[in-house]
Design a protein around this ligand. Structure first.
Ligand SMILES: [Zn+2]
Length: 410
């Protein structure tokens, strides 16, 4: 197979980065990047990306939820979907999401004159981050038939319901459920995304193959002791909830470090009553535990809880453990992992595998298609931050890998 590059033009990767810059200027707010679902900024983003899709020879439409879809190929053909999301977090970087959409357009351009035995779609999902309505995988969920109609009643911070926002955006709130793709209609869903972590950089690899999107356990954990006077209650007579929490946090960190790939985070802590001269009586915390294997994650959560119980008993404080949800890990397709690995090898790169600690649209899409994901190394692992950066050389490797991957599927 011959890789085709048009000489004398900006290289494919350079153009992808240039377009990520251009798209990164489209924001709801001056001075920082934020594009929430179904806002005028998203309209402008969809219009610009839709123009690039047409220039790559794709027929462009938007589905009822506002997902942007560029397609080549006949009706009824099995479809390979390449894509990611076009919405952002608050004060976002330029690559989380857009890199996967714009990279897929570059790929469609490269494959433009090649016959493929399947239809090819590039999708820009309208909402992955859930910033406006607090939803999870709104865009890809709609495509995968996982859109709960009750979401349409959710108001945003200004009282605008999702139903009104979708209609104002040009979507069709009543048609979202019917717009879902059927299971079996898609050959595969493949997403290119920045890693959003430091693993590939540490391994010295430009790209990595995602083995699974990690499952997550969330909980609200509280130690309940007794508030008291900081001057009069002796140390051996205290039931200090914050000291118990501190012991548990450090023990939990050690426990998580002993398991490869496990991450456990106490992201928020609140000590009551919260005064210099009062022994903390109640301390509440959030717990977030993730791993690519559900069995490993569940066992670790069990051990974290047992440790909290042990500490509570020893310190004569109470433990309140409020489970706030549990999502299963989503393994990517083994077969597609192998094809990606062959494509990485063929570009002369070392094959690296890693799980994704972050959630991605592939979680929703796994309901209707085999899923593949390729990560691109990002500078210092920084993401959800305007300092997010990828190199042109790494993006070039990713595009070569994906071109070989699609050719191999064909
Ligand atoms: Zn993302």
């Amino acid at each position: 197979m011959v890789l085709q590059h048009v000489p004398g033009q900006l290289s494919g990767a350079a153009r992808v980065l240039e377009r990520c810059d251009l798209l990164g200027r489209i924001s709801e707010e001056p001075g920082r990047l934020v594009r929430r679902y179904a806002t005028p900024a998203m309209r402008e983003a969809n219009d610009l990306v839709g123009k690039w899709m047409r220039e790559a020879g794709l027929a462009v439409r938007e589905d009822a939820a506002g997902n942007l879809i560029g397609r080549r190929g006949g009706d009824g053909e099995k479809t390979l979907v390449l894509g990611s999301h076009l919405d952002t977090v608050l004060d976002a970087g330029r690559y989380d999401g857009p890199l996967g959409v714009i990279g897929a357009i570059a790929l469609a351009e490269r494959l433009r004159d090649r016959e493929l035995p399947f239809a090819l779609e590039v999708v820009g999902f309208a909402d992955e981050e859930g910033l406006r309505y607090g939803t999870t995988f709104l865009g890809s969920g709609a495509m995968a038939g996982r859109f709960p109609p009750a979401w349409l009643k959710i108001p945003d911070a200004h009282g605008v319901t999702m139903r009104d926002a979708v209609a104002a955006f040009g979507g069709d709130p009543a048609g979202i459920a019917a717009a879902a793709r059927r299971s079996g209609e898609l050959a595969a869903y493949c997403e290119l995304h920045i890693e959003q972590g430091p693993v590939l950089e540490r391994r010295g690899a430009p790209v990595g193959i995602v083995t699974a999107i990690c499952g997550q356990t969330h909980a609200e954990v509280a130690f309940i002791g007794e508030a008291g006077h900081a001057g009069t209650v002796p140390m051996n007579a205290r039931r200090d909830a914050l000291a118990a929490a501190a012991e548990w946090i450090v023990a939990g960190e050690a426990l998580a470090r002993r398991r490869s790939g496990l991450v456990a985070t106490i992201g928020r802590i609140d000590a009551q009553p919260g005064a210099r001269n009062v022994i903390p009586g109640v301390v509440g915390m959030t717990l977030d535990v993730r791993h690519g294997s559900d069995a490993v994650r569940r066992q670790a959560v069990g051990e974290l809880r047992a440790e909290a119980e042990r500490i509570a008993a020893q310190r004569e404080v109470e433990l309140d453990w409020d489970a706030r949800g549990d999502t299963a890990a989503v393994p990517t397709s083994r077969g597609l992992q192998e094809r990606l690995a062959a494509a990485v090898s063929a570009t002369g790169q070392r094959v690296e595998h890693l799980p994704s600690g972050a959630g991605h649209d592939g979680v929703a899409m796994s309901a209707i298609a085999p899923v593949a994901m390729l990560f691109v190394r990002c500078e210092r692992g920084i993401s959800h931050n305007p300092a997010e950066a990828v190199s042109e050389a790494d993006v070039a490797v990713a595009l070569d890998v994906l071109e070989r991957f699609v050719s191999d599927l064909a």
